[in-house]
Design a protein around this ligand. Sequence first.
Ligand code: NOJ
Length: 560
Amino acid sequence: MASERNSEPAQTAKTDRLWYKDAIVYQLHVRAFRDSNADGVGDFRGLCDKLDYLRDLGVTALWLLPFYPSPLKDDGYDIAHYTKVHPAYGTLRDFQAFLKEAHRLGIRVITEMVLNHTSDQHPWFQRARQSKPGSRYRDFYVWSDTPDRYPDARVIFKDFEHSNWSWDTVAKAYYWHRFYSHQPDLNFDHSEVRRSLLDVVDFWLDMGVDGLRLDAAPYLYERDDTTCENLPETHAFLKELRRHVDERYEGRLLLAEANARPEDTVAYLGDGDECHAAFNFPLMPRLFMAIHMEDRRPILSAIEQTLEIPASCQWMLFLRNHDELTLEMLSDEDREYVYRVYAEDPQARVNSGIRRRLTPLLANNRRRLELMYGLLLSLPGTPVVYYGDEIGMGDNIYVGDRNGVRTPMQWSGDRNAGFSSANPQRLFLPVILDPEYHYGSVNVEMQQKNPHSLLWWMRRIVALRKQHTAFGRGSTHLLEPDNHHVLAYVRRFRREAILVVANVSRFVQHVELDLGQYAGMVPIELFGRTRFPVIREEPYFITLGPHDFYWFALERQRPD
Ligand code: NOJ
C-alpha cells in the first residue's frame, strides 16, 4: 500500500503508474540553474523561481543531479550524507518547498540514489577505516590486503585512476572503488549496508519524490573471476529493491544507469520486476554515428537490439547529459571513428568519451539539431533533455574533468548570464564566453523574444509530442526502404499510428516506402496539419530536404 505522501503532482491520477512513459524529462543540476542568494552557486529557491520556465517548455519531470552534502570532488556523486541537503543549495525545507511547488505545476521529481559508493568523507567510511578488520562497521566497505583481487574489472575513470584499489593509511588496507579513489564502494554482501540504503530510499520516497535514478547500477557486487559488472547478485538486489518500493509506494520510478552492451542493459528491466526504466546507452552514440556517416544503419541496429522489453518498462532516451559522451561500449573501430569526426581536439576527450555539449558537437548546425531532437522525441522511449541544450548552449573543454558541460544556465545577457548577481569571480564555474556561444547572444531571454529561436521550436515539438500517446507508449515498426540515408518507422498505440521519416544525410533524398498495410489512410504532417496524398497499395513516394524529418499521423480518409 502507498505510504503517506507529503506532496504529489497535482494533475496526476494515482492510477497512472506508467506516467514515466509519457514524460518529458529535463535534467539539471541545482547548483547550475539559478542562484537566489548571490553566493555564486545555484540553489533550490532559485530553481523554484524558474519552474514556470520549465512548465512552459513542456517538461513533466525533473531529474536532479545529486544535491546532498558532499566534498564535490565528483560533482556530488561523492555523497557525505544521504538524507541532507548541501548547505550551498539550501535546506531540507527548501527542497520540500520546491517539491511541493513542482507537484503543484504537475512536474514530477526524480532524484539520485547513489548506491554503489559514498564519499570517503561519509561517516560510514570514517567509522569503517577505524574499526577492526572483519568487524561489522569495517565491513561496510570492501577491503583487501593486496591490490590484486578482481583483476578483470576495468578502470572506468582511466584518465584519473590506474587501479580500482587504493591504500588507506588509517585502516592499513586497500579498499575497492570503481570510480575515483575518494569514492569507496559499499559492500553489498553486508546485510546492514543493504538495509541502510533501503532506509535512504524510504526517506526520499516518504517525502514524495517520484523516482530514483540508480547511479552506477552494474557495479554493486564483486566476485572473483568476473568483470564485477552486471552480476546475478546485483540483479537480485535490484529486484529486492523493486519489491520493497512496490510494497510501500505507488507509482514511483526506478531508473537504471547502466552503461553496458545492449543485452546487459536490457537485463536491468528484468521481467518487469526490476527497474521500470533504463537509459538507452546503446542507442545514444549510434545516433551521432548515423548522422555523421549519413546512414541509418547504426540507429537501426541499436533499436533492433533494444526493442523487446517488458510491457511496463521504458527506455529513457538522451542525446547528452552531464558526463562525457561515452564511447566505452563501441567497438574500437567505431570509437576511433566517433573520436575522429566529433573530437579532433584531444582536449575534448576524457576517459572513453567526449566532453562536449550537443550544439558544439553538431557544429551549431540548426538542421542537424532539429533532426536529432526529432529522433529523440519519436524513437521508442521517453526523452531526457539536458539543461541548456534547449537553447543550444556551448561548452568549455578547458575547465577540467566534465565541468565544461556543467556551466551556469544562460538566462539573459546580464551579468553572469542572469544566473547570479554574485561577483563573477565567485561563480562555481565561469559562464560561457566562447564567441560562438557567448551568453550575450545564447540565452533564454533573447530566444523568448524570437519565435524562430531553438527554444520556441523546442516548445512546439514537445507540445506536439505530448498530443500523441503513441510516441511514449506505442509499438515500433521499422521500415527498411532501399535508400539507407532515410530512417522510417511507424509508432502505433491503440487507434493512433504515426509515421516518422527522417533523412540523416546532408543532401536531398527521395524514398519509396512500403505502406501497403495503411492503404486508404492519409498522412497528415503534424507540424502544419498538411494533408498528403492518400496511401495506396503501391510504394509511397516522399522527398526530403537535407536533414529533414517528418512526423505524419496516419488518419482514415474523411469522406468528401
Ligand atoms: C555516473 C554519473 O553519471 C557520473 O557523473 C559519476 O561520476 C559516476 N556515476 C560515479 O558516481
